[in-house]
Design a protein around this ligand. Sequence first.
Ligand code: ZN
Length: 75
Amino acid sequence: MTCNELGGACDMVFEANTFEEIAKLSKKHGTEMFQKGDKPHLAAMNKMMELMKTPGAIKAWMDGKRKEFDALPDF
Ligand SMILES: [Zn+2]
């Protein structure tokens, strides 16, 4: 899955066997871009922060992404 598909802001591709792993990779990448002060990623992160203010919203979002991940064919 790409950074974009995981709520990020670029086309960087993450590959992992489990959703937990891919979530970890995307979070690490997001943190790196955040430290670089990359504007599109900062905006994407702000959006996630907004989502976190709504109880259950993040869980619903994660469940949706997990389904997308599970629907992908294995490489
Ligand atoms: Zn990215």
